[in-house]
Design a protein around this ligand. Sequence first.
Ligand SMILES: [Zn+2]
Length: 171
Amino acid sequence: MALSEKLTLPLEEIKKLYENGQSTVTIARTFRVGTTTINRRLSAEGIQLRKANDPRAQEEKLRLFWSKVDKNGPIPTHYPELGPCWIWTGALARGGYGKFRNGTKTVRAHRFAYELEHGPIDRDIFGEEVHIMHLCDNPPCVRGSHLSKGMQSENIADMVVKGRSARKLIL
Ligand SMILES: [Zn+2]
């Protein structure tokens, strides 16, 4: 980025956003500059930078997450007692799963939601995080009660029960 652009960064606005709890990553994205640029400008102003696990940073992350969720989704026809799906309205990954920017990492929105509701995702004997499946069979859904951990085999069994991918399994 050119120096002239850096000089035009609205410092007062950036300071206000940061003080209101926005992360430097979010601010950097807003102004289309690197996070380091924002960090340096704030530090130069004598502002003490928050750690990533600062409660306000966490709060802001959650606010951002839920701002992208529509809680009036469809009710699963095969499992109506689950109630409506909470649909991710942000960016989608392959397979229709939501994508969420969690600090410097992009994560699956339903996995992020699962951890909010149920705690950290378990790892299997190979040290891999276990698969999180949708009881509602709706990939963009992020409602904690619609999500369940399952081994791959359980997912397949679940799909068979719902009649999905049955043909593939016969082959
Ligand atoms: Zn759902």
